[in-house]
Design a protein around this ligand. Structure first.
Ligand SMILES: *[C@@H]1O[C@H](CO)[C@@H](O)[C@H](O)[C@H]1NC(C)=O
Ligand SMILES: *[C@@H]1O[C@H](CO)[C@@H](O)[C@H](O)[C@H]1NC(C)=O
Ligand SMILES: *[C@@H]1O[C@H](CO)[C@@H](O)[C@H](O)[C@H]1NC(C)=O
Ligand SMILES: *[C@@H]1O[C@H](CO)[C@@H](O)[C@H](O)[C@H]1NC(C)=O
Ligand SMILES: *[C@@H]1O[C@H](CO)[C@@H](O)[C@H](O)[C@H]1NC(C)=O
Ligand SMILES: *[C@@H]1O[C@H](CO)[C@@H](O)[C@H](O)[C@H]1NC(C)=O
Length: 521
């Protein structure tokens, strides 16, 4: 027993020693370097753009002159061990061949990508004393430091009146742990909750954050994240007592690469019909919405149904799928007091439900839950109905076969209620009850919602439809072909059965939006 204990202590001692002498200095050194190289907190998105300072790989030696000024700025310490040793041993060194001489001056040469502590995207006032600031943080920096320490409220000084003191509170970080594939940046939401109301008088004011800017305590910078004009907060709070502007909102995934505008237009028409009472769509453009794509969406833009959020610089802060999670969380906070329900799914997914209930009834039934999730049923892209000479059917109206049961990658789960990513679930939230979300599930709160059976409501999924070069409808059949005949004729079609829900709704949606589309197409 004693021997065992001694062995354990010996091992722990060795590990600690190893960590101290190798891992910690090397790792911390890297992080220190990154943080020091970024003494400005960049803002991602619409407030102002920022290009991170890049340190070249060929920094000339004279750049490394010691900076003896105290305070902030970039400092490089060259009084390293090489220098001292070399001067003390000058005679010895001179007697060995030049090629073997130790360099008496050295430098650190950064390569790759600097890691920023916190990259702000958007800020929202939640209540008289609560604010949320949505952004991303480097996972490495976060391992060693807190991205944001404090939130401060500064009232705008009123002419003639004495300056009111500012209020300070600790920043609480919210990290989203679901659906974050390993990348440099992950979503971080800053929760600034003050003890008392702030900015609720007439004077307006500003919200600042104290962001970590270096490896030493006190290496911080104070950044402005939100400004309110006179009466702005009061007015915003007053509006909260009125009915919400929209019943539904939709938050789309980032649009990149080659956007299939006609397909997305079908998607818009379909969902506009589904949510016809009142809806607002938010699309996040990370380079896919070119002028010609925008033109296709113009009936929706010009009628106040669609907002396109242009984000040009997200690629400087690499995160999973073009920062999809950042935009999900931004949109969640953006729509908190805008819509009764906010949906988050993709442009190759079409919401559909059992004909025994309407969407309004279903959501009313669950009006007290924070969220509902939906399973995913894969449609066949290759079997389509014939093109009828007189018909003007859209491609989607000819895709009438879908898998017999919903997608589920967990063999032990009921595919009809297979949850989270395993069932490729997506969700709708009451945005006043949810504060953070992933792609396939919510993060705050994690529980308390309802995972609906896919036979009640689901997303019909056309996987691969948005990818470049996907061909659909390579196998066409008469619309009235009996299913047995289809199975006989094409045995691989036995995976599918007839599902007309989307084509039928699509036909009605086209009629519903005929006027809207006619004015532009
Ligand atoms: C000088 O160099 C020798 C070997 O090259 C080394 O043993 C000695 O410690 C060095 N002296 C100093 C002061 O660094
Ligand atoms: C370092 O080396 C350079 C050239 O090799 C030499 O001119 C300089 O005097 C050296 N500095 C010291 C402190 O030894
Ligand atoms: C924000 O912080 C306050 C104070 O710590 C806490 O009561 C509240 O639950 C937090 N909100 C969220 C959504 O984390
Ligand atoms: C599709 O192709 C375009 C240009 O050919 C390219 O820019 C884009 O990234 C591609 N998109 C995808 C999703 O591969
Ligand atoms: C979900 O619905 C399907 C089809 O109606 C049914 O077979 C299945 O038992 C249901 N699952 C649960 C857990 O209710
Ligand atoms: C499909 O078959 C029916 C008869 O079974 C026929 O009346 C109809 O014209 C066919 N449709 C097409 C598009 O060929």
């Amino acid at each position: 027993m004693k021997k065992y204990a001694r062995n354990v202590w010996h091992k722990i001692f060795t590990i600690v020693l190893f960590a101290l002498f190798f891992q910690v200095p090397i790792f911390y050194g890297l992080v220190k370097l990154s943080i020091v190289s970024c003494n400005v907190m960049p803002t991602l998105g619409s407030i102002h753009t920022f290009s991170p300072r890049r340190v070249g790989t060929t920094t000339p030696v004279h750049d490394a002159t010691p900076d003896l000024h105290s305070g902030t700025g970039q400092k490089r310490d060259i009084k390293g061990s090489h220098l001292n040793q070399a001067s003390a041993n000058a005679t010895a060194v001179n007697s060995i061949p030049a090629s073997a001489k130790m360099q008496n001056l050295s430098q650190l040469r950064p390569h790759g990508h600097a890691h920023f502590t916190f990259v702000q995207f958007s800020s929202y006032r939640e209540s008289p004393r609560v604010f949320f600031v949505v952004g991303v943080t480097s996972v490495v920096v976060r391992e060693f430091d807190l991205p944001v320490y404090k939130c401060e409220w500064h009232p705008k000084p009123n002419r003639g009146e004495p300056l009111q003191p500012s209020k300070v509170t600790d920043a609480k970080m919210i990290y989203v742990y679901f659906d974050q594939m390993p990348r440099i940046y992950v979503v971080a939401i800053v929760n600034c909750t003050f003890e008392d109301d702030v900015g609720m008088g007439e004077e307006g004011g500003s919200l600042f954050m104290t962001v970590s800017a270096g490896p030493h305590p006190g290496d911080t910078e104070k950044v402005l994240v939100l400004q309110e004009q006179n009466d702005e907060a009061k007015e915003a709070m007053r509006k909260r007592d009125q009915p919400l502007p929209f019943k539904y909102a939709f938050c789309g995934p980032p649009m990149h690469g080659n956007v299939k505008a006609e397909w997305v237009l079908q998607w818009l028409v379909y969902h506009h019909y589904l949510w016809r009472d009142s809806v607002h769509f938010f699309f996040y453009n990370v380079g896919g919405i070119t002028n010609s794509v925008r033109q296709v969406f113009s009936p929706f833009i010009n009628n106040g149904l669609l907002t396109i959020v242009d984000v040009e610089d997200q690629k400087d802060y690499p995160s999973w799928y073009f920062n999809q999670l950042l935009f999900i969380n931004d949109c969640l906070h953006r729509t908190r007091y805008l819509s009764s329900w906010t949906f988050f799914h993709d442009f190759d997914e079409f919401f559909t439900m059992s004909s025994s209930i309407t969407l309004d009834k279903l959501l009313d039934e669950y009006k007290d839950v924070p969220y509902l999730t939906f399973g995913s049923l894969r449609a066949s892209l290759w079997i389509c109905t014939d093109v009828h000479p007189e018909s003007s059917e859209w491609p989607l109206q000819r895709m009438r076969w879908a898998e017999k049961q919903p997608f589920c990658s967990a063999p032990d789960q009921d595919p009809w209620i297979c949850i989270h990513g395993k069932g490729a679930r997506k969700y709708v939230v009451n945005p006043r009850k949810v504060f953070a979300g992933g792609v396939h599930r919510t993060a705050i709160p994690e529980e308390g919602g309802v995972n609906l059976n896919a036979s009640i409501a689901r997303l019909n999924h056309y996987p691969g439809m948005l990818a470049n070069g996907t061909t659909s409808c390579s196998f066409t059949v008469n619309v009235s072909i009996p299913i047995e005949l289809l199975y006989q004729y094409a045995p691989s079609s036995q995976l599918y059965e007839r599902d007309d829900s989307i084509p039928i709704q699509m036909g009605k949606a086209r009629e519903f939006d005929a006027e809207l589309l006619a004015a532009y197409l």
